[in-house]
Design a protein around this ligand. Structure first.
Ligand code: ATP
Length: 315
């Protein structure tokens, strides 16, 4: 199921939670929805799921408007909010069975569906446990089973990896990959970049209600990496006090795409390759006392793309 978000605008009083946000998640892909606290992720997910309406803009699922026809698309969407169930008087088996009935599943179809979801989310041995006896990772699996029971084509998961240990995250990744292979489209949010890096095939990056970047991970990395026109120069050992003014002068030079702090007293200039002689001349003419200038090829990562495109509030 293809998800298209088109020019979404949502205001709460004088706060603009979403400001003309547009992006597309192709069918069968797992996209990370990444942005700092308050960026607008939950607001967007609630609108996509039909729980809220935008001030303007549209959401299309395989071309059908979720804003105009929320009822029609309810069965196509599985929305997992970040709060997990915690009831002490209901077992995992009863919880999933309840949702299966609520979606109208009966008889053999119901038991077959429950069995296949239990297998996919590995809930077999948890059937008789009460919800409040589960670990966080187990609860995530129960919650995932709950939203899968009606076989939706689009899964919206709000902060599903929050607080999971690495092993449980790998388990979640394997489950999501299996779902994507079945053709399901997944959008999962996080404000912690490293949580999603090994889970997703694409990203939508959002900050202060505005779209910053989006696309397939491979395309973004190729687009942001060194080709014959991009290169990195590292310049070491700079006294901190005057660094700022030098950096802003370098930033204004022709061909400079970005200047980023790499580590203490060292930074990288991402610059078009044919403009490097101009940068070296500028450094020499201004007698900048740099200890070393190193030229290296630059390979982008999700983290580098994020840092160079946002104010860096995300961990
Ligand atoms: P987090 O990672 O902290 O969950 P988020 O990216 O999901 O953040 P949202 O919850 O969508 O961000 O919030 C976006 C902005 O809209 C924030 O400034 C928030 O305070 C504001 N906001 C969200 N819901 C409401 C509401 N019901 N009333 C008023 N303001 C709201």
């Amino acid at each position: 199921m293809k998800l298209e978000v088109i020019n979404l605008v949502k205001k709460f009083g004088n706060i603009t939670a979403l400001n003309e946000v547009s992006f597309t998640v192709p069918s069968g892909e797992i996209f990370g929805f990444i942005g700092p606290n308050g960026a607008g992720k939950t607001t967007a997910m609630q609108i996509i799921s039909g729980m809220d309406v935008p001030d303007s803009g549209d959401v299309l699922l395989d071309g059908v408007s979720a804003v105009d026809y929320p009822e029609k698309l309810r069965r196509s969407i599985g929305y997992m909010p970040d709060a997990l169930p915690d009831a002490k008087d209901i077992t995992v088996g009863e919880f999933i069975a309840f949702y299966a009935s609520a979606f109208g599943l009966r008889g053999k179809a119901r038991s077959q569906r429950i069995n296949s979801i239990n297998e996919l989310t590995r809930l077999g041995e948890l059937q008789t446990k009460f919800l409040n006896q589960l670990s966080k990772g187990m609860k995530q699996r129960v919650n995932l089973a709950r939203i899968l029971i009606h076989d939706p084509g689009l899964l919206l998961l709000d902060e599903p990896a929050a607080g999971l240990d690495p092993l449980t995250r790998i388990e979640l990744r394997d489950i999501l990959k299996g779902l994507a292979e079945q053709g399901k489209t997944v959008l999962l949010s996080s404000h912690i970049l490293s949580e999603l890096e090994d889970l997703v095939t694409g990203v939508v990056i959002i900050e202060k209600g505005r779209l910053v970047e989006n696309g397939m991970l491979n395309d973004l990395i190729t687009r942001n990496s060194s080709t014959d026109t991009l290169d990195t120069i590292c310049i070491d050992t700079i006294p901190g006090t005057v660094l700022g003014s030098w950096l802003s002068r370098i930033e204004e030079l022709d061909g400079v795409r970005a200047v980023r702090a790499e580590k203490s007293r060292s930074f990288a200039v991402v610059i078009e390759a044919d403009k490097i002689p101009g940068l070296l001349k500028f450094i020499a003419e201004n007698n900048f006392p740099f200890a070393s200038v190193r030229r290296t090829a630059y390979t982008a990562s999700l983290e580098k793309i994020f840092i160079s495109n946002t104010s860096g509030e995300v961990q």
